[in-house]
Design a protein around this ligand. Sequence first.
Ligand SMILES: [Fe+2]
Length: 386
Amino acid sequence: MASPIALPRIMRIGGGAVAEIGEVVTGLGLTRPLVVTDSFLVGTGAAEQMIKTLESAGLSPRLFADTVPDPTTDSLDAGVAAIAEHDCDSVIGFGGGSPMDTAKALGILGRQGGQMRDYKAPRNNVGPALPVIAVPTTAGSGSETTQFTVITDSASNEKMLCPGLAFLPIAAVIDYELTVSMPPRLTADTGVDALTHAIEAYVSKKANPFADSLALVAIGTIGRVLRRAYTDGSDAEAREQMMLAATQAGIAFSNSSVALVHGMSRPIGAHFHVAHGLSNAMLFPAVTAFSVRAAESRYADCARALGVATTGDDDATAADNLVDALRELCRDVAVPTPKAYGIDNARWDELIPLMAEQALASGSPNNNPLVPTDAEIRDLYAQIYG
Ligand SMILES: [Fe+2]
């Protein structure tokens, strides 16, 4: 069976690339972008610089800086209004996963209207949307190259996975220099997210040779440099390699899928406001231990790519080494259990049934090498609490 592969039309990758954003937008025949960012990038002056760069290229941008972490449906209304008021023909997502995902949601709402819950999985959104140009400032989400956005329903607290080519950016400007100021916690959380994308893409039931190649390269790079970027944020080489790996991992999972870690991670983020990469990290070793026996050779390939097993190790040993390596990585970058994070035990237990239901409803667990039952998901949530 042929693999359906989809990529941004244009990618500019490398230090200083953000200075070329005007040329990228102009080259697409676009003139009136809405720049979607957050208050942090307004505070650093980066948002103002982005607007100036666009204006000096002869464009008429409008700034929208009211995105929120883990974007909600309520947070989109002002952005939709801004698109209409300014008669925007495109959206620039500038920031981490949250501004980029907000930009993608605004791209479809600005063109088709309706409510974001109309677009959630299993609906496949191929309809028209304003073109999105993504400019990541973290090395993790991969959102700049993926055909997904994740928006939390303000009414139900559900983190909705919304898939389809309507959400794939037309262009991505990938400049690692924007990530150098990330603090260690954010570096770790986003970096572990990227590693999760790569490993889940590779072991997914939707894996294919194109996605595999990028996933394995990303796993190797992240294994070599994530700790360096975490311990010394000014290590430019580590930052550059992490940025490329995050993008490769993004392309890999966009053209394969994520699996059980992400399926279970979204409800934790939604109900307990844990950063996405961190909730992945809380689950990653336990979910991998649950899954490895169902696809030993695939997990073994990941272990070898990560550098924690050799071709001399049999697959079972290599797969076990991967689980150990993930535990070690989480320890090295100080990933807390939900308990240590401060989540109330009774509230956690109370929400387990709903979290399990929402995890299954997202469809991601169906791509896992071992498809869990509702009871097994509940058990995993109980197991990782701490
Ligand atoms: Fe992710």
